[in-house]
Design a binder for this molecule. Structure first.
Ligand code: AHR
Length: 454
């Protein structure tokens, strides 16, 4: 048996968790919306078409904030298509997932669903095919009290009171060649800056997240964050991050080490954001919105391989089936988020239902929990409070992790000194919760804990 030791003290803290740290993500992708959260005619659907069996599981898993409507989808989305009388809404080709988007579910349905689930909505604007003006109109539609074209349109659609959406994403993965109307860092930085100005003129109380890199292995990672923040520093509160852990190599020690690569990624983005601040002699600290994270590899395809003849509505794509190893790697990733609670103030598991998701459904049939549901529910239920700066002493191992760059190539990353024990400690109400991952595949572990001041 291996022995590890943990030393922690009630007074040595990393930071208090933000309640947005364990959020989720709903994209118009596959069966996440249609056949997932929304299925009129399903035996459990309410009058609005919201599946109550899914909602019960969502309440059980307890995400605090929900990102919508994408993802890659948002970069070709006209938000106007999804509001107003359903019979007037157009069906459109969705360039991101080669599907037909019927638009029978849109922003107002999403906000109704969030209200019923007790979740804060987070919206993304399209900075791919569209631009600052449309983003401003979208904020006006959602948040302006009334007396203008778009705010009165919302009222006409049955929503007298403003939705009061606080958290807005300035596009999605704009560095990725797969993105509809991808941009260089300068192109994106400029448009994000101008969109942010207009959106905040419309509602001064909103918070804005600029797109960071789509992943640490993007060739432009680092330079992208630096340039984008140079353009947007004064206009945003957040920079986004995305990571999908994988076990392409069928190498479980490497897979379980991959959350440590996420730790490095977070620390690198913090360093870049703070260097942009330093160049300006600014005390402002940009926070990290880790708005896509999960395990995803079995159903990952390059863009060309996604093309399906006939542009189907809600095809069953990205329906990853998770096993126990995935749940362990996933739990390790959540430990990484907690251990950076001072800067990662918001995060969204991608995604919520059917699409790389903790909850699965059969269209017309039942809903059930995947393996990753359980660690996520543990983190949402117990991972809030003061995260402690624990000192972990544990044997270590070295490994190589295959990390996809963009969606196509694979790159080997050396990960060394991986402690067999990965841990986060959270204090709340005089109590202490420990999240522990034993990465030794052969041996159980004895953990000796010196918990001072408890
Ligand atoms: O979550 C699935 C996809 O992964 C999202 O649409 C995109 O942002 C990312 O590449």
């Amino acid at each position: 048996m291996r022995t590890s030791t943990v030393l922690l003290d009630r007074d040595f803290t990393i930071g208090h968790t933000d309640k947005r740290l364990f959020g989720g993500f709903i994209e118009h992708l596959g069966r996440c919306v249609y056949g997932g959260i929304y299925e009129p005619g399903h035996p459990t659907a309410d009058a609005k078409g919201f599946r109550q069996d899914v909602m019960d599981l969502v309440r059980e898993i307890g995400p605090t904030i929900m990102r919508y409507p994408g993802g890659n989808f948002v970069s070709g989305y006209n938000w106007e298509d999804g509001v107003g009388p359903v019979e007037d809404r157009p069906a459109r080709l969705d360039y991101a997932w080669f599907s037909t988007e019927p638009n029978t579910f849109g922003t107002n349905e999403f906000i109704d669903w969030c209200k019923m689930s007790g979740i804060e909505p987070m919206l993304a604007v399209n900075l791919g095919t569209r631009g600052p003006q449309d983003a401003g109109y979208f904020v006006e539609y959602c948040n302006h009290p009334g007396g203008t074209y778009y705010s009165d349109l919302r009222k006409k659609h049955g929503y007298e009171e403003p939705h009061g959406i606080k958290f807005w994403c300035l596009g999605n993965e704009m560095d990725g060649p797969w993105q509809t109307c991808a941009k260089t860092a300068d192109e994106y930085g400029r448009i994000a800056h101008e969109a942010a100005k207009i959106m905040r003129w419309v509602d001064g109380s909103i918070e804005l997240a600029a797109c960071g890199s789509s992943g640490r292995k993007m060739a432009t990672f680092g330079a992208w964050e630096d340039t984008v923040l140079d353009h947007t520093f004064d206009h945003v509160e957040w920079i986004s991050m995305h990571t999908y852990l994988n076990n392409y190599a069928s190498d479980t020690p490497a897979f379980l080490a991959s959350p440590d690569v996420m730790d490095a990624f977070i620390e690198e983005v913090v360093a870049i954001a703070d260097s942009v601040a330093a160049r300006r002699r600014s005390k402002k600290r940009i926070m990290l919105s880790f708005d896509e994270w999960n395990v995803w590899y079995r159903t990952r395809r390059p863009r060309e391989a996604r093309i399906k003849p006939g542009w189907p509505v809600a095809p069953p794509i990205l329906e990853e089936i998770y096993n126990m190893q995935d749940a362990l790697a996933f739990g390790g990733a959540a430990i990484s988020l907690l251990n950076h609670a001072d800067r990662v103030r918001s995060a969204c598991i991608a995604q919520l239902v059917n699409v790389i998701a903790p909850i699965m459904t059969e269209t017309g049939g039942p809903a059930w929990r995947q393996t990753i549901f359980w660690p996520f529910a543990d983190f949402t239920n117990h991972g809030h409070g003061e995260v402690l700066r624990a000192r972990v002493t544990s044997d270590t191992y070295d490994t190589y992790y295959f990390d996809p760059a963009g969606m196509d190539d694979e790159v080997r990353t050396k990960v060394d000194n991986v402690p067999y024990l990965k841990l986060a400690a959270v204090a709340r109400d005089g109590g202490l919760t420990l999240f522990l991952l034993n990465r030794d595949l052969a041996e159980p572990m004895l953990v000796r804990i010196d918990a001072r001041s408890f």
